[in-house]
Ligand binder design. Structure first.
Ligand code: PLP
Length: 467
């Protein structure tokens, strides 16, 4: 039985918290510690904002190893019950409810709100390959399989290994790039770890890392990828993981050059950080794929999604590289869904071989490149410089992003504000999925006019502040 009666007033000093936690913890293993603290939080005995003792303090008081307490902290962080604030300590947190405004939820309003919704970051459905004929072919094969079959169809594994940017120690298939990142992050991120991401970056990755109790460190980008000096500074914090998007970076459209990849690998070589690469645009990216796995194969986990190229609802991505990380994720997955539908895997194999599908994806890649180039040219005519070179999203500098989002929304155009993508304070931007703009040059020029007008009308002084 818990020996802690409801407190009024609740815990005040750190010393009391430690003593009361010790009293409340009946079973001093990781699960028992997490459960006891969870009960105290639910009962209101540990109010939101209470600072918890350090891992070492509690371990000492309970006479257990710090690893046991860390594991309990990790469990609590994974359900959002506590949060690490770096050196300031670990705190009881407001458990996020379904309506909490997390970063990801602030990007897009959801379907059906705008006549032209360019806030989504999704591919143009008209540019996806037709699945109909392929599904008809696949359905004639016998795919019934045992729970003990290999998680990846051998035909798919062969094709993936052929196109992998370095020889992967292990390789598997999961339900999309975010599923891959989620599974890998859960293996390699510990509560309180520092984790490097690009600044700006894809908001769900930051949401996920914060949920795991990591301290997110942003590294700025230039035209060739993460800035070397910034990564050097971040590595001094001994991060456990570095997340990168090798090309078509969301939101900026930047691709990492080969020489930059080599320089980054050189910096990372002496450390311990695992590198997770998210090639989310895959076959519709137009830049050559570079991977740090070429230099650091045992510490690189490379993710290749088929969502943008072959269809978001195929929900398939491959993850290959560092065997210890991928094997741990695969083993853990056996306790859950076990594998990604082999029917969908067979559809993907057929699409990868099918000349019509290959031609459709080639055409999509060209269409996306043409759309982004035209939009950048049209924006340049308005003296607005839009960087990046690849993918379906463009990162547009504006004087006041909130005002510009509202002005465009009033005209039926949905765009994403830059704020959820920023890891640290920086200039205002919009993320616009120009890859969704069908209708050729005229439509892109018209969009550029609207965006430039929205930027200008949102800030009377804009003409004096042109970038
Ligand atoms: C950078 C990045 N990673 C991952 C994803 C999600 O990919 P998937 O649909 O394969 O989960 C996206 C989707 O837009 C993305 O932009």
């Amino acid at each position: 039985m818990s020996q802690v009666a409801p407190h009024n007033p609740p815990f005040v000093t750190l010393q009391n918290v430690t003593a009361d936690l010790v009293a409340a913890i009946e079973t001093p293993n990781a699960a028992g510690i997490a459960a006891a603290i969870g009960r105290l939080i639910s009962a209101g005995d540990l109010p939101v904002g209470t600072r918890l003792p350090t891992v070492r303090e509690l371990a000492r008081a309970l006479e257990v190893s710090p690893t046991t307490v860390s594991e309990a902290w990790r469990t609590l962080a994974s359900v959002g019950a506590i949060e690490a604030r770096g050196r300031n300590g670990t705190y009881v947190r407001q458990v996020p409810g379904p309506g909490t405004a997390q970063r990801y939820r602030r990007v897009t309003e959801g379907p059906g709100r705008f006549a032209l919704d360019l806030s989504t970051g999704t591919p143009d459905p008209a540019l996806l390959p037709d699945l109909g004929p392929v599904i008809a072919r696949v359905s004639r094969h016998d795919l019934t399989s045992s729970y003990l079959d290999r998680p990846v169809l051998p035909d798919l594994e062969d094709r993936l290994r052929d196109r992998w940017p370095f020889p992967p120690g292990s390789l598997t298939v999961v339900d999309g790039a975010m599923d891959a990142i989620d599974r890998v992050a859960r293996e390699v991120v510990r509560l309180g770890d520092r984790v490097v991401v690009e600044h700006p970056t894809f908001p769900p990755v930051v949401d996920l890392l914060e949920q795991l109790g990591a301290e997110v460190v942003g590294v700025g980008l230039d035209d060739e990828g993460p800035v070397v000096a910034e990564l050097e500074g971040a590595l001094a914090l001994d991060p456990s993981v570095v997340f990168l998007q090798p090309r078509a970076q969301n939101p900026t459209g930047i691709a990492i050059s080969e020489r930059r990849a080599k320089a980054l690998a050189g910096l990372l070589a002496p450390g311990r950080a695992i590198i997770v690469e998210d090639d989310h645009a895959g076959d519709v990216a137009s830049s050559p794929l570079v991977s740090l796995g070429r230099w650091l194969p045992e510490r690189t986990v490379h993710v290749r999604s088929f969502s943008k190229s072959h269809g978001p609802d195929l929900r398939l991505a491959a993850v290959g590289g560092a065997a210890d990380v991928i094997d741990a994720a695969t083993t853990r997955r056996l306790l859950g869904p076990g594998w990604s539908s082999r029917i969908l895997q067979a559809v993907l194999v057929a699409l990868l071989d099918d000349p019509t599908a290959i031609a459709a994806i080639d055409a999509a890649r060209e269409a996306y490149a043409a759309r982004r180039a035209r939009f950048a040219t049209a924006m340049a005519a308005h003296d607005l410089s839009v960087g990046g070179c690849d993918g379906i999203n463009q990162w547009v500098p504006v004087p006041d992003e909130r005002a510009a989002v509202v002005t465009l929304a009033a005209q039926g155009v949905g765009v994403a504000p830059g704020q959820p993508f920023r890891v640290r304070p920086d200039a205002d931007h919009l993320r616009i999925t120009t890859g969704l703009v069908a209708g050729g040059a005229a439509a892109l020029d018209a969009l550029a006019d609207q965006v430039a007008d929205a930027a200008r009308s949102a800030d009377g002084a804009w003409t004096n502040r042109r970038r």
